[in-house]
Design a protein around this ligand. Sequence first.
Ligand code: XMP
Length: 506
Amino acid sequence: GIIILDFGSQYNQLIGRRIREMEVYSEIIPFNTPLEDILAKQPKGIILSGGPSSVNAEDANLVEKALFEQGIPVFGICYGMQLTAHLLGGKVDKGQKGEYGKANLEIVKENALLNGVSQNSVVWMSHFDEVSALPEGFELNAKSGVIAGISNPEKNIYGVQFHPEVSHSEEGGKMLENFVFNICKAEKNWKLTSYIDTTVAAIKEKVGDQKVILGLSGGVDSSVAAVLIQKAIGDQLTCIFVDTGLLRKDEAKKVMENYGEHFNMNIKLVDAADRFLSKLAGVDDPEQKRKIIGNEFIAVFDEESHKIEGAKFLAQGTIYPDVIESQSVKGPSAVIKSHHNVGGLPEDMDFELLEPLRELFKDEVRKVGEELGIPHHLVYRHPFPGPGLGIRVLGAVDADKVRILQEADDIFIEELYKNDLYEKVSQAFVVLLPVKSVGVMGDERTYEYTAVVRSANTIDFMTATWSRLPYEFLDTVSSRIINEVRGINRVAYDISSKPPATIEWE
Ligand code: XMP
């Protein structure tokens, strides 16, 4: 396949996905992976990714120069191009002001990479440094004010200053295809249907006649993992579903219907709402609440898993972005909130791990899910935080507030589906504020809680904008919530982007 060396750009996962969409296997590994380990993977091509640092910095992220002498095509993107120029004897300077946004690509000399790309094609720039002198043996292929495309066709080394992997680069896909198929001559060998078959066989082989347990959350990853494992080993799989009392309205019931009945899955439903709510009573600090919920989840799961005799494997819905994140050179991103999922279990549990989705990107997990017969709306659900409504009821949590929030949230989500908006936004929910305000209903004065409707659009959940939902739609949601949910008399819409706000309120 194609190896992507990760220098830390936020777009790296996109490069990997774009290539897999071409049915070619791609793998993202840290830039400082030893050359022999890279070569052991027998890559058809190597992509040097973008990244935030400067090649001229003292502690710059580099690769061994010998990488360029293996007869394997190399494609440097953004920082990757600067690195190529730097290592092979060219020059990289601090740009005047940096460049961020759309630019037009002027092709001055076509090469295999730019084959079929039109003149003045729109590309997406995001950089400070720029290449100012080419290494020997290199030619200039494209400009956009700065040097935007270079190559050494004889050695099959290519570089571009912009980001072909993002959708703003209109013909970026064409360039990646040129690299993968025409330059690297990679074969189409990555098909999700065959992934299912080989994974099912591998699970059977690994598990034998042993028992497997899995913490089912109702979210996409654990559900797809469960259905895939069940396909392999049937009743040897037991799922544990913990109802924390902090889930969306009727979640437990729906999970039992969707997976218990429809897929005839073995699910142990644990109603632990009272336990969670009593531990949370009076606690209003968000991080404290996260800790309590996380610890309680582990305690409940631990108890329940020990009731299942002879279980040898613990299955988890770990997906490829989780793996990339944990091996990332930057380390897990700075802890702004303790994001460890409530599904995250301690490592000292006495099980062998089974992670059948470890190699898949989210969109691939969804495709596998649909291929396995899970209904579309379930595999395209928005993410839901581990601590659930525990961090969406702001301040101290109690059963009444949770019920109020569940009702309001359910109305918002129902309206999003009804108006064909659900899949146009990335994450949508309602937050309940511990603030009461005055209203009037009929002839009565009311004094009730305020709900905030939140909807975010994002690619990676690191940055996000608020969804531009139509006024009429928001009006419907607001009137329905105020009229139908006892306890709320005012609805606000959150118009903050991330950063500086976060998607959740706690
Ligand atoms: P923020 O609020 O940091 O959220 O912009 C980014 C994404 O992370 C989710 N999130 C969590 N998920 N446990 C989780 O499993 C948590 O404690 C947690 N906090 C936030 C949030 O829903 C969004 O998708």
